[in-house]
Design a protein around this ligand. Sequence first.
Ligand code: GDP
Length: 523
Amino acid sequence: MSQLKQETQRRRTFAIISHPDAGKTTLTEKLLLLGGAIRTAGAVKSRKSEKFATSDWMELEKQRGISVTSSVMQFSYDNFKINILDTPGHQDFSEDTYRTLMAVDSVVMIIDVAKGVEPQTIKLFKVCRDRGIPIFTFINKLDRQGKDPLELFEEIEDVLGIESFPINFPIGMGQSFKGVYDRFEHKIEWYNEKKERQTLALDSAEELGEALKDVADEAAINQLEEELMLLDEAGNSFDIEAVKAGKQTPVFFGSAISSFGVPSFLEHYLQMAPPPAPRESSIGTIEPDQKGFSGFVFKIQANMNPAHRDRIAFLRICSGKFERGMSVTLDRTKKQLKLAQPQAFFADSREIIDDAYPGDIVGLYDPGFYQIGDTVCAAKDTFNFGELPQFPPEHFAKVRAKNAMKQKHFLKGVNQLAQEGAIQVYRTKYEETILGVVGKLQFDVFIYRMKAEYGVDLDMQPMPHQIAKWIPNKEDAEKLQKSSNNLIVTDHQERQVIIFENDFGLRWFQQKYPDVLLADSGK
Ligand code: GDP
């Protein structure tokens, strides 16, 4: 097997999705500890922000050194190289999360055993399902009393519409939590406060009663045996092809806080989860282990280090070997670029690297070359992986620099921050600037960053509008400019956009102009 193929095969790139508080930070940290990427607990900072006031969030972001290195983390385990892509916890930043999900090969979904499937999980799950990404479920906090396991499987199937297959099954819960039983390996993993891994191998499930007789009462053992039998007889059968197609989710139980169930989860996950998959491009399927290097930018983060005011484009490698100093072409502009100082991300540092392989994420120094969704490739005949999905903004505001003398800085800041993808910028025919965002908190971040990074104080006027629709037909747009009272603006690519206050306004418009075509995006 070629080195490229070998390296590709041992890569696993995933993101963790969950509702805030389910245990994403805790699980990430335990995985990094297992991989030896960090040495002490507490090294991973929780990035959830809803518990903080905005000002606290700003403080956090000021320490970007931390938050950004932890947004991509690489570590090794057994012979695998694992990349975890972190996603912001707050739903106002879910657009960032959606795009990150385009860069992974599988997803780990954490569910709090007491809370079951929660709203943010459902939202993120749908994005994964639409892409057919394999999804692995970790049901967390078994040291607390929660919902009945069978009820949880039903919930996963009913609410999320995916088959579940429990790889292990809890023995008790909360006060009486004894451990988990591995249905594949017929192994009991004992829960203990000392956080040591203690297992007992059985020949079959029939030996469970005997093995548990000293730690559980007869009624509990009978119930466990019945439930396991029910699962064997009436439950789904394990289907690795369905798992790979995102149609069946393997389910694991554990307690991340004491790392219980985490090593066995990781080991099963590494065996079942797929390595980097082929990707569709403008010239057909691109195999990861084909020679020519290619990748796409899924995230841009500016000024991560206030001392350097640099900007980093996060590139997911899709095919070929990446080498430091290599020349590539940016498909959108056909510009030739030399990738001189590529960075890799570890739990607490970023380092210049010499090479990387499909599945890996490299950070590229970006003096303003890249946009989100850009493809770069080594081939002369360039191609692209298509645009990343954009989510229609739901909040709008008019902005201008308080001091008119700062107009140049204002425009620069607006354009650069728009390139990062968190805001969309529109202009009215009077050259006014309107921002559109998916989550309101992004306005606060924008005000803060314009001041901190571009020295511009802003005047921001929130607008009552909520819906943006693109007008693909230019003549329609011209006609409407004259006749309609709705706000018509242009986006960054000079496409016409009409903005409505609410559904009622939109419906009224559609009745009045039934022939005008409206689209959800500019594509
Ligand atoms: P996130 O919002 O998903 O990143 O959740 P965190 O990892 O920050 O966890 C939220 C809270 O749940 C924290 O107080 C954790 O200590 C706690 N927690 C995480 N895992 C467990 C667990 O296995 N058992 C219990 N009892 N608490 C946990």
